[in-house]
Ligand binder design. Structure first.
Ligand code: 6PG
Length: 243
């Protein structure tokens, strides 16, 4: 596994580093290709990052060149408190001059299978129709059970080789979701994991230091073929690591 990790005193410090990484990746991609394609995650951990991007980084990134996608979505309306799109819009995107045409939510409230196909078509339309698309940056979180995005331990979706997005039924509480698949994550230029809290220490040490656990846990299966894989951890999340 080609991952590197960095440990921070707390979520605040970690979020500032995540914002710096986001900004560097955006500037590099925009200088090279004229735009920056990013897939962002839900969950509580990236919230502070999103607030920073929507405030302190408002004038530091050419937001009109950023294409926003999501790594997963819960199949609820956008106004629902569990909506990943709704969360990111409320605390970040509503403050930023990103054109509406560059915001690509997963609208799966009605029909998860149709929504996954539609999302896949949207990704291909924007990133290219040949082969597996390559996002400039994919931001992921991890659950204490090792799930990432909506790829849960033991799920059939983990063996998907062709589809870019799939409907899945899982999570706690169980519900319908749509998730990006491993081939897309593993074709990214940069993958950034954000992990906070002692509840996740076991899974962090498993993925980063234990070959058997890595092969079993969804987060351990994220290993970009050519891109960078960076884990940002707060002190509690890192407490199970041996060094
Ligand atoms: C989601 C996610 C999910 C999340 C982890 C960690 O939509 O909830 O994409 O994979 O990143 O469950 O969530 P926390 O940051 O809340 O611990």
């Amino acid at each position: 596994m080609n991952a590197e990790y960095f440990v921070f005193a707390d979520l605040e410090e970690m979020s500032h580093m995540a914002a710096t990484i986001f900004s560097c990746a955006a500037r590099t991609a925009i200088a090279t290709t004229g735009r920056f394609t990013v897939a962002i995650s839900g969950g509580s951990t990236p919230r502070r990052l999103y607030v920073l991007l929507g405030t302190e980084y408002r004038d530091k990134i050419p937001w009109d060149r950023v294409e926003f996608f999501w790594v997963d979505e819960r199949c609820v309306p956008a106004e629902h408190e569990e909506s990943n799109y709704g969360m990111a819009y409320g605390i970040m995107l509503s403050n930023l001059p990103v054109p509406g045409t560059r915001i690509h939510p997963i609208d799966c409230a009605q029909d998860p299978e149709q929504a996954a196909l539609k999302y896949e078509a949207e990704i291909r339309k924007c990133l290219g129709s040949d082969g597996t698309p390559s996002f400039d940056l994919v931001i992921l979180g991890v659950g204490a059970d090792g799930h990432t995005a909506s790829l849960f331990p033991g799920s059939e979706a983990l063996s998907e080789k062709e589809r870019l997005a799939l409907p899945v039924h899982g999570g706690d509480p169980e519900s319908w979701r749509v998730t990006l698949t491993l081939p897309v994550m593993n074709n990214a230029q940069n993958v950034l994991f954000l992990v906070s809290g002692g509840r996740k220490a076991g899974v962090v040490s498993g993925v980063l230091e234990d070959t058997e656990a890595r092969a079993r846990l969804p987060a351990g299966l994220v290993s970009p073929l050519q891109g960078n894989c960076t884990w940002l951890l707060d002190r509690e999340a890192a407490e199970g690591l041996s060094r």
